[in-house]
Write a protein of this length. Sequence first.
Length: 425
Amino acid sequence: ISWAKMDANIQDRQGLEIRTTEYDTMLYCENVNRYDAGKYILTLQNSSGTKAYTLTVKVLDTPGPPVNLIVKETAKNFAVISWDPPLVDGGSPVKNYIVEKRDAERKAWSTVATECSKTSFRIINLEEGKFYYFRVLAENEYGIGEPCDTKDAVKASEEPGPVEDLKAAAVSKRSCTLTWKKPINDGGTRITAYSVEIMVEADRWKELMRDKRLQFLSNDLEEGKEYTFRVRALNDSGFSVPREITLVAKDQVVPPNLDLRDIPDLTYIAREGSNFRIKIPISGKPVPKVTWSKGEYILQESGRISVESTAIHTTLAVRDCQKSDAGKYTINLKNVAGAKEATIYMKVVGKPGIPTAPFRFDEVTADAITLIWAPPKDDGGAEITNYILEKRDNITNKWVTSASAVQKTSFRITRLHEGNEYVFR
């Protein structure tokens, strides 16, 4: 018997106790809060099979905080915010939202709206040039829940916000490529261009590009020298606050690595006769050379097994999987920065083999007989769960199932007819 909670680990919940006897099981939780709501899964398992039940628990409480609060638009005297409903509604539908604002220079919040029924709101009467924080609280029949705040202060201005996610996508000793994303807030008007500048000396910048592209390539760098770039968004009202990045012109060298998190216990289970692909993320600069080995032998390209590798993945593809494919596989990655070796195991499962001799009879009477046999040499990659016994007499000459859930390697068949001849399998 086991208990689990969907999308959560109940072992981390303090004050939770599970009590189980031969006749019942109970999950007891003290000091319940809104986050205890959700779907709980009770799993029962024995030698005959598994049964799972899902129980939905509702906790009556105030709602959790709204999520994904963003400022969609700003101007010199207003701002538009939007959000998503709380992940936890407290067991009662959210009936409205409370919207509040705070001057960044003050600590007190002021209420803007108390009965907002939508998940967006236009906040008016802002003072041009000032910075504001905003927050939203959800309300249900049990009261007002926790707030969700904007992470950064927002300026009441029609200039665009700063570009997002500025990074050096590639760097070498002679060049670099910068990339970025559009601002979350465009200032209420479209972005007309992005300005890329380089620092030539302290507080002095030189513009290198003004274009709508979201990337910039500089290919005249000096090896080993440090460079600082900045990017600003431009709309009809002016430039955004700049984002800066500093880098050193040199070839990037990163030792190889691979990610085996998607292979539980480093064991891949394949079904006999199936086709499959094991795709493993890899990394390293320059791109590492990849080899796969099974046992002591390097895998060679064949019509049934192939290895494909790119800069970010290496893939083992197998067609018509055979039991001989089971075993230990070693993956080797190598570049000028180093080497990485990892091992995974492949388990091939399929139908079990034929039960083995000696096959003998015991305790023969006029109407019953005991059959004794030995397990198959090949269990198909999984534990033998049961045997099926069939008989055929010399009168009907048809196979009839005598038992279908035999767990031992012996069984006594009864209700036979004296004088008849029988064949068993």
